[in-house]
Design a protein around this ligand. Structure first.
Ligand SMILES: [Zn+2]
Length: 132
């Protein structure tokens, strides 16, 4: 039985760019550009590595056609607010995300870090943290 990837409405990157090609699996039948949220540094690296994808000449069906959104502050999807949180990873700028929705507990997703900077730890102080 063939497996079909679910539709993806947007992609939010942390810092890694090597998974960019894997987004193609979610764009086979997509007509519109894929909103891609990331830091300016991450987007610049992606543009350098995958320039073909960002080119206006990228009209190939099934290829990722990113609609880059540099993160400059909290952004919204309907009532969902997404806030980037800087984390210490190593030599590159890395972020996690904090999701806020009316009536729901705030949820943080910080999958790739070595340490929490004090400002990020303070922002997370009111959240019940679970580590897996
Ligand atoms: Zn990493």
């Amino acid at each position: 039985m063939p497996v079909t990837a679910p539709p993806v409405e947007t992609a939010w990157l942390l810092h890694h760019v090597v998974g960019f090609d894997e987004l193609r699996a979610f764009c086979w039948h997509r007509q519109d550009p894929l909103p891609l949220h990331a830091t300016r540094e991450c987007l610049d690296t992606l543009i350098q590595m995958f320039g073909w994808a960002f080119s206006p000449e990228n009209t190939y069906a099934g290829y990722v056609r990113p609609d880059p959104h540099p993160i400059t502050g909290p952004f919204h999807y309907g009532e969902l607010t997404v806030e980037s949180l800087p984390v210490d990873h190593g030599s590159v700028e890395t972020i996690g995300y904090l999701f806020s929705h009316p009536g729901a507990p705030e949820t943080a997703y910080l999958p790739d870090l070595k340490r929490l900077p004090p400002a990020t730890a303070a922002r997370l102080a009111t959240i019940a943290i679970q580590a897996f």
